[in-house]
Design a protein around this ligand. Structure first.
Ligand SMILES: Cc1cc2nc3c(=O)[nH]c(=O)nc-3n(C[C@H](O)[C@H](O)[C@H](O)COP(=O)(O)O)c2cc1C
Length: 299
């Protein structure tokens, strides 16, 4: 097969994930490995100001110009799209690629496997990506979300430290190492093997169920709950800030403090209450939702 592996990555984490994933595929397939960027680049490490200022355009999925990409082929049998979520949406570089005419042409009538390098909230982003792929007439056949399995609050602190300093190390020596665990990145070949044998056996229809059978793709009730509510609230903030052309800076600061309070004070209290009084009685609802979000289906 001619396979295009395409992604954007600031820290190189996603590059590493994809490189390990394609190792088992390299012998039998023609691989075009592309790392692209935007004309107007995002900084890494981030400043706090630029980080929070990228929320409205991330949530509203407003694209930027993609730097010229030279592809080896004019058509591929399979596209492996690596991406990361930003503010519960596909990152701005990802949206920019998915809205890029040249890339949309490559997607047409082509099978796609998506691979996500997230902190732990990838569900909303993937729903958007499913929509873009459908609009481009591509066929999503698999999705592998990778995420940080540490506690949500600890991982939020560590990722902010990583993003704002560029150092992928334990903040104060106490917080967990940020990002996707090293052993998960290293063992991406397990998924690559599954894809490779599915290609060799000409059986790509059941790819996602084989990925799920590894037991590595799971969604917790709390994360699901936060994602389902979070995107709606982010959309309200994003639209509000977009309309504040003059006072944007001030509104971004207000949003930043709102987010910190919502994440570290309100969410834990609400989740404790829900974990005791609601979640035990809503297992069927959660099971159904999780099974949908883990699938390649678009409702
Ligand atoms: C501006 C910004 C917003 C982010 N928002 C989310 C998010 O909503 N959910 C999530 O799981 N990870 C989020 N992350 C983490 C990224 O998805 C990703 O894991 C991290 O940036 C490393 O990706 P890289 O390979 O580009 O370095 C965010 C990162 C940045 C920079």
């Amino acid at each position: 097969m001619k396979i295009l592996v395409i992604h954007y990555s600031q820290s190189g984490q996603l590059t590493q994930i994809l490189k390990n994933f394609i190792k088992p595929l390299e012998k039998e397939n023609e691989i075009d490995f592309v790392k692209y960027d935007l004309t107007d680049k995002f900084p890494f490490p981030w400043t706090s100001k630029v980080f929070f200022n990228s929320m409205p355009e991330s949530v509203l999925e407003i694209p930027k110009e993609v730097e010229n990409i030279s592809y080896k082929y004019t058509k591929y049998d399979l596209i492996i799209l690596g991406y990361q979520p930003w503010f519960l949406s596909p990152s701005i570089p990802t949206v920019s690629l998915l809205k890029n005419e040249q890339f949309k042409n490559l997607l047409k009538e082509t099978k796609v496997v998506s691979i996500i390098g997230s902190r732990n909230m990838w569900i909303n982003g993937q729903e958007s990506v499913k929509k873009y792929l459908k609009e481009a007439n591509a066929e999503l056949i698999g999705n592998i979300p990778l995420f940080d399995r540490h506690n949500n609050y600890a991982s939020a602190v560590s990722i902010l430290y990583w993003m704002l300093t560029g150092k992928k190390e334990k903040f104060l020596g106490i917080f967990p190492k940020p990002g996707v665990a090293e052993n998960e990145i290293e063992s991406m070949g397990e998924f690559g093997e599954i894809l490779n044998s599915s290609i060799l056996n000409n059986n790509l229809n059941t790819l996602q169920s084989k990925f799920l059978a590894t037991g590595r793709i799971v969604i917790s009730n709390s994360i699901l709950f936060v994602e389902l509510r979070g995107k709606k609230l982010f959309k309200i903030w994003a639209n509000l800030i977009q309309n504040k052309v003059k006072n944007r800076k001030l509104w971004i600061i207000i949003y930043k403090y709102y987010l910190l309070v919502a994440l570290f004070i309100v969410a834990p209290i609400v989740l404790i209450i829900l974990n005791i009084f609601i979640f035990p009685f809503a297992q069927t609802y959660f099971k159904k939702k999780k099974s949908y979000f883990c699938s390649t289906e678009l409702k």
